[in-house]
Design a protein around this ligand. Structure first.
Ligand code: NAD
Length: 391
């Protein structure tokens, strides 16, 4: 099959197996090129196939030689349809880990369900005994509550008033105004159900009850805090409320599992192009602007660089810096006042006419394509490739 990108709105509906493998290889090479991490040895990553979760898996495996167990929700390829990028990334990670003599196993299914939690626990018992790091990196539009069977949907809406702002339509390459209607109380409650801390706590509770969390185990969930420009649609919006619930959950986890000295952190990461962030109105425009500014400042980082720093400066640092809410902050290069002032100035000026000049459109677009294994140097996109890649 010859595979070219099929883009629909903010998503690409296919993926390139060779390109995805190259993406994974480059992340592994980055970690290998860095000083070793005195870090975890047995790691569970929930949401391990793309974005920040994949980078966490690679950092643990290649930075500190960890055995990694990943959970994800990806579509297997068929004869006629490619698999999802996360499928190919996982296949590529497995192939590379096998070659390098590293333990790997991945479980594909709904991480919100108790069945997948039970399968994961069994696998830890069989293969690892216990784990010493649990990374919670899910981004999902829906969650089925395992107790009630109710399905909740997360929304990306402002809270309070209608909000009109600029956005960038990646599909049509257009900067335009959008008006977002405010969330109802039900929207807020449902978003907290999906993206808040309840499922993270449920995972830790079940892992702990099964005795598979090692003494001194660490766990982290990822958040985005951002600043003034993104607060109306993120920090102070429905998703921000869900992220505040992660802070509540982290405190509860630290209190409840003192018997094993569990260290639970919310880690705040920078805004990056991932499948999750592409879906958020405003974010593609904001990200294209920060890419330009941060590249100029020499502080641009991708998922792998952020997570390597999270491990070395945060989770596995003897004396990690915490903010007032006990969070690890890896977002300082983005959220500092000077950088934000430059972005705000650009934000005020940006229009359809000057967008390509003021923003790093190329950088954004290239990274978007890369998520799905496209636009990567050295990959022959006219070649016939086998879409059916097994794990
Ligand atoms: P992503 O879309 O790249 O990855 C999501 C992962 O979750 C994938 O591995 C996917 O398979 C898995 N997943 C989704 N639903 C699942 C389910 N029901 N069961 C099992 N696995 C499931 O997203 P990302 O951007 O890497 O986001 C990960 C976390 O990082 C999120 O909490 C997000 O809010 C946070 N974060 C993202 C950014 C950003 O700019 N992208 C910034 C800061 C924090």
């Amino acid at each position: 099959m010859v595979i070219h990108p099929k883009i629909r709105g903010f998503i690409c509906t296919n993926a390139h197996p060779v390109g995805c493998a190259e993406n994974v290889r480059q992340q592994i090479e980055y970690i290998k090129s860095q000083p070793k991490i005195d870090g975890p040895k047995r790691v569970l990553v929930i949401g391990a196939s793309t974005g920040y979760g994949l980078a966490s898996r690679i950092s643990a495996a290649y930075g500190s030689g960890a055995k990694t167990l990943g959970v994800c929700f990806e579509k297997e390829p068929t004869e006629r349809k490619t698999g999802t990028a996360g499928w190919y990334n996982t296949a590529a990670f497995h192939a590379q880990a096998k070659k390098d003599g590293l333990y790997y196993h991945s479980i594909n299914g709904d991480a919100f369900s108790d069945e997948i939690k039970a399968d994961t626990i069994q696998r830890i018992k069989d293969d690892l005994g216990q784990v010493d790091l649990v990374v919670y990196s899910l981004a999902s539009p829906k969650r089925k509550d395992p107790v009630t069977g109710n399905v909740y949907s997360s929304t990306l809406k402002p809270i309070g008033d209608t909000y009109t702002t600029k956005t960038y339509d990646t599909d049509k390459d257009k900067v335009h105004d959008i008006t977002l209607e405010p969330a109802t109380e039900d929207d807020i409650a449902q978003t907290i159900k999906v993206m808040g801390g309840e499922d993270w706590e449920r995972w830790i509770e079940q892992l702990h009850n099964a005795g598979v969390l090692a003494d001194g185990c660490q766990t982290t969930a990822y958040t985005y805090i951002g600043k003034k420009l993104t607060w109306p649609i993120y920090g102070h919006a429905t998703i921000g409320r869900a992220k505040e619930d992660l802070d509540r959950a982290a405190t509860a986890l630290r209190t409840s599992y003192q018997d094993i000295n569990l260290k639970a952190y919310v880690s705040s990461l920078k805004a990056l192009v991932t499948q999750a962030s592409s879906a958020i109105p405003v974010m593609p425009l904001y990200i294209s602007l920060i890419y330009g500014v941060m590249k100029e400042e020499g502080t641009h980082e991708g998922c792998i660089e952020q997570i390597y720093r999270l491990f070395t400066e945060g989770l596995y640092h003897d004396n990690p810096q915490l903010d007032e809410a006990h969070r690890l902050r890896m977002d300082g290069f983005e959220t500092n006042e000077q950088t934000q002032a430059k972005i705000e100035a650009l934000w005020d000026q940006v229009t359809q006419e000057n967008f390509h000049e003021l923003a790093d459109y190329e950088g954004y677009h290239q990274e978007f394509l890369r998520l799905f294994g496209f636009g990567i140097e050295g990959v022959d996109y006219d070649a016939d490739v086998e879409p059916q890649v097994a794990w």
